[in-house]
Design a protein around this ligand. Sequence first.
Ligand SMILES: [Zn+2]
Length: 495
Amino acid sequence: MDAWQNLTARVAELDALAGASATLDWDQQTYMPPKAADTRGTQTALLQRLYHERFTAPEFGDWLSELESRELDGTQRAAVRLHRRRYDRAVKLPSSLVSALSIARTEGFHAWAAAKEADDFNRFAPKLQRILDLTREQAAALGEGAAHPYDALLEDYDPGSTVADLRPMFDRLGVEIGKFLGAIEGRPHPEPLGLRLDVEGQARLSQRVVRDLGFDMEGGRLDRSAHPFTTGLGVGDVRLTTRYFEDDVLSGLGSTIHEAGHGMYEQGLPANLAGTGLNQAAGMGLHESQSRFWENFVGRSLPWFRYLAPRLGAIWPEREFSPERLYAAANRVQRTLVRVEADEATYNLHIIVRFGLELATLEGQLQAVDLPAAWDEAYRRVVGVVAPSARLGVLQDVHWSSGLFGYFPSYTIGNLYAASFAQKMLADIPAFWSLVERGDFAPILGWLRTHVHEKGSRSDAVDIFREVAGNRDPVEDLVSHLWSRHGALYGVSRS
Ligand SMILES: [Zn+2]
C-alpha cells in the first residue's frame, strides 16, 4: 500500500469511530434510559481513546510527510493540507495538558450546573479559573506565531478565521444594530401570537416541513430532545432533533427549520470524497450560515408564512391562521437577557458581548472572578439590559463550563455569511420569494448544494464564502436586511 492508500484507509477508520461515537451521543440525548449513563460513559471514552490513538500515531505523520514530498492532484493536496493542520494540532498538545483539560471540563460542567441551579457564580468560579488557565496554556501551545492567542482557539471551530478579521466586523455590526434599536425605541411592537397548539400536531407539522424543505428522510430522521441539535453519523445518516412548546409554535418550528438547515448541509456534503476527510463541513460558522439562512431569512419571511398557513390549517382545521399575523409575531424585536431566546436583530449583540469577554480573558485582562461584573457592564453597554441574577446573566450558557472558548463567534459568522448568501441568491434566482410561497424549495437548496455543500472542506470557510459572495460586505448585507424586514414592521426606515 502506498501512503495515499494508507492515509485514506485510516481516515475511513477514523470516520467510522467518530460516527459510532456520534451515534452513542445521539442515543444518549434522545432515547437512552437514565440508568445507562455510566455504561455509556465507558463506551464513549473507549471510542474516543481509540480515535485519538489512531489519529496521532506516528505513521499518520509519516504518510503526510511522504505525500507532501510528492506530486499530488487537487483532491489529494486539499486532503493532505487538512490532515496536516489537524495532526500538528493534535500532537502539539502535551498529553498531560489534554487530560488536565478533559478533567477540568467534566468538573467545570458539573460545577456550572450546580452554580446555575443555586444562582451562585462563586460555586463555579474556581473551576472556571482552572479551565481558563488551561485554555491559555492550550492557546500558547497551539498558537505559535499567531497574531492573537485567541486565533489558535478559533481554529478548532472556524479554521481560517482570525481576531484581526472578526473584531472590526463585530464592532461595526454592534454599532449598526445599536442604531437600528435606537430607531425602533418606543415604537409599538407587533402582537405576540398567544396561540396554544398541541405538541403532537406540532410534531406532525415539523415532519412535514423538513420534508418540504428537502431534507431526505431516507437518509435521516427527526426526533425530539431537550436541546435541539443535528449530528451526521456517516454517509446516508443525518439525525435532527427539535423540541415543542404548547404555547409557542414559532419557537419549536424555528428550531426544526434551523436543524433542517444543518441537516441538509450534512446531506449535501460530497459523499464521493468519503475517506479523504474532505466530505465534512468547512467550519462551524459556515454550518451555522446554513441553519440561519433557512431559519431566519426564509423561515421568518412573509412568503414563508403564506406557504405555512394552509399547512397549519390542515392540522388544526378549527383554527384560523393569518400569514401576516404569524409574520409580525415572528419578527418582534426586544432587548432581552437570554441569548437562545433572542430575536434575529438582537441575537448578535449577545455574541459580541461573549466575544469581547473571551478576548479579554485570553489576553489575561480578566480572571474568572471578574466575569460577573464584566458581563453586566458589557450587557448594559451593548444589549441595554442588566440581568437580575447570575442565572440569567453570566451563568446562562454551558459553553465556558465545557471549555468551548472560541465557539461563540461561529453563530455571528453564520448570520453574516447567511446574509450575503441570501443577497447573492436573490440576484441569481429572481423568482426566489414566489418559490418560497409555493413551497418549492428545490431550486434554493440546489443553489446551496452547488455553491456551498458540494465543496466540503476543500477550502477554508472564509475562502468558500469569498468564492460565493465575491466582495459583498456581510455586515452591510445583514444590517440592511434587518432594516428592510424589521424596519418595515416597526414603521421606521434607515436614514
Ligand atoms: Zn445551529
